[in-house]
Design a protein around this ligand. Structure first.
Ligand code: ASP
Length: 590
């Protein structure tokens, strides 16, 4: 029972047991169907849809007061058993015979259909987001998001974590992306930055002794446009004191399983697999392996070292001159036609992939073998290479050759593409894992310098600290850093932090920062480390992405109530926008 006079029940509530009683419903008109002298309306709200009908007498009223799609109406009448039941909806056994109707608000014709599938394009849907959000698809997504949030809070609450807010108007923290900045009116010429994450604050909370912190928090990154990135997004951000990597992995594996059980209803009983960063790169070509399917990379040659004898002694310059030669064996694809192979060649030549071609070996089902390079390799060699790649009769071996980094990346993309084509990447299958032992540094080709792979607060493995004194060995240094990965997507990452001033100073120096610069930017944090900082570490999960994955979808946008478009615009508000001259002046921007 609802206390306002607007309704006695919501639109998803009535069941056969209600038949015979008088009810009042309020909601939106989904459809109006006229059958002779009877009119049926599907009335919708967040809870569901109920069919109501207007008999002959009431129809006269309707003729004088036409009701259209998306009108907000209130109806009163008797709930009755339906003669033709609709098993597809929970209210499908009953309908309401309307005796009184009240138009609460008229509606203009919506610019697109408010149905499971809509005919509205992306921009139109975003411009009228409040209408799009009425669609069951979006409503389910937001419900799932709310439930994931609730599940996360229940788990962390149980484990003693406190939700503590951290500020949005801060000073730049370098986490790899550009900052959004906010001009300060009271401090002319000075700017706040919006946080890319609460990283330094959560570490300070550990110094303050809060032990276990979390927040479901907005983060802001002014990154270049990439599909499915949002300039503001949500993290589940966590930090713990007196922990080593193992404690964090156990705690958040527990969280993941808890949420998975709540949302998907199934228990993940086995421990999540763990893979080192190096293994992931070697076998999958990236640091977020999709382990729903095999088809691992076969390293015929890597960094000029030959691993497959079959390629030795040929005149084939493409392999001989390449730094790396990497293959995959595509199961059951030996029947690929000439046309399909040509199309694959075009695919690898696309600028995003950047290869000059792809070599193939067909291991035909009848036992014969055929290759695009049989001019250079005799049958025995081809069989050698195919065997090295793990190919069996019926498989197609695809081989890429070139510079190590590009070839590995291309092979990784090709593997995923073939996985898609073969239907091996089922969104209903979930394969989470931990990727561990990330490198501490990574070389930034553009800036010709070493940068922190995760962020500069991440601790090196203790046994690798020594190597920080030798620039030539930076690539070997591993960090206590880890990522949670699922289905080829990173859902989160974190690290055990540096908590001593001298090591933090060493880290900033390794990143090419002068002592003065480090002090100016991070004096507050290093200062805090001098007043009793506990060992600590944490993790942040991409909340939008986690929800999308659990919802079985790839895009995050429809799991956010009011997202921005791919150019970072809010098309409903038309933001960003210019501001008044006077505002500019006030902010000292003129
Ligand atoms: N602040 C980090 C990030 O946003 C996560 C962490 O290290 O906890 O990636």
């Amino acid at each position: 029972m609802h206390s306002t006079g607007y309704r006695t029940h919501n639109c998803g509530e009535l069941r056969l047991g209600n038949a015979g009683s008088e009810v009042t419903l309020s909601g939106w008109v989904q459809t109006v169907r006229k059958f002779g002298s009877i009119t049926f309306i599907d009335l919708r709200d967040r809870y569901g849809i109920t069919q109501v009908y207007f008999n002959e007498g009431m129809n006269h009223w309707l003729d004088a007061h036409p009701i259209g799609r998306e009108f907000v109406i209130q109806v009163t009448g008797k709930a009755v058993e339906r003669t033709s039941k609709n098993a597809k909806i929970p209210t499908g056994d009953v309908e309401v015979e309307v005796t009184n109707v009240n138009i609460l608000n008229a509606a203009a014709t919506p610019p697109f259909t408010i149905e499971e599938e809509t005919d509205g394009g992306d921009e139109l849907r975003m411009k009228y987001r409040y209408l799009d959000l009425r669609r069951p698809t979006l409503r389910r997504n937001l419900e799932l998001r709310y439930k994931v949030n609730r599940s996360v809070r229940n788990y962390l609450d149980e484990k003693g974590f406190w939700d503590i807010e951290t500020p949005f108007l801060i000073r730049s923290t370098p986490e790899g992306a550009r900052d959004f900045v906010v001009p300060s009116r009271m401090n002319e010429g000075q700017f706040y930055a919006l946080p890319q994450s609460p990283q330094t604050f959560k570490q300070l909370l550990m110094v303050s002794g809060y032990d276990r912190y979390y927040q479901v928090v907005k983060c802001f990154r002014d990154e270049d446009l990439r599909a499915d990135r949002q300039p503001e997004f949500t993290q589940l951000d966590c930090e713990m004191s007196f922990v080593a990597q193992e404690d964090i992995l156990a705690m958040f594996e527990g969280l993941f399983k808890h949420v998975f059980k709540d949302i998907k209803g199934t228990e993940l009983t086995e421990a999540l697999p763990r893979m080192t960063f190096d293994d992931s790169m070697w076998h999958y070509g990236n640091d977020k392996p999709d382990i729903r399917f095999e088809m691992k990379l076969r390293n015929i040659k890597a960094n000029n070292e030959v691993f497959c004898e079959g390629i030795r002694g040929s005149e084939f310059g493409v392999f001989n001159n390449a730094e790396s030669v990497i293959a995959i064996a595509v199961p059951g694809a030996a029947e690929y036609t000439r046309k399909q192979l040509d199309e694959l060649t075009e695919w690898v030549k696309r600028p995003q992939i950047g290869m000059t071609g792809v070599v193939n070996i067909k291991c035909n089902a009848d036992g014969t073998i055929k290759s695009s390079v049989d001019k250079f390799f005799n049958e025995e060699k081809l069989r050698d290479i195919a065997a090295f790649c793990g190919a069996i009769a019926g498989d197609l071996v695809l081989i890429l050759a070139g510079a190590e980094t590009r070839t590995r990346k291309a092979a990784s993309e090709l593997r995923l593409e073939m996985g898609n084509r073969l239907g091996l990447r089922d969104n209903a299958v979930y394969k989470p894992l931990w990727v561990i032992d990330f490198p501490l540094f990574e070389y930034d080709e553009e800036g010709s310098r070493w940068v922190a792979r995760h962020h500069p607060f991440t601790s090196p493995k203790p046994e690798h600290i020594e190597l920080m004194n030798d620039l030539s060995r930076y690539a070997e240094i591993k960090a206590n850093a880890y990522d949670l990965v699922m289905n080829g997507t990173e859902i989160g990452g974190g690290s055990i932090r540096i908590f001593q001033r001298d090591l933090q100073e060493k880290m900033f120096a390794a990143l090419g920062m002068s002592k003065e610069e480090a002090q100016e930017k991070f004096g507050f944090l290093m200062g805090a480390f001098e007043y009793g900082a506990p060992p600590h570490g944490g993790i942040a999960l991409g909340f939008d992405r986690l929800c999308a994955l659990l919802g079985g979808q790839e895009g995050i946008r429809d799991f956010i109530a009011f997202p921005k478009n791919n150019s970072g615009r809010d098309v409903m508000l038309d933001a960003p926008s210019s501001i008044d001259e006077s505002q500019m002046e006030e902010l000292g921007l003129k």
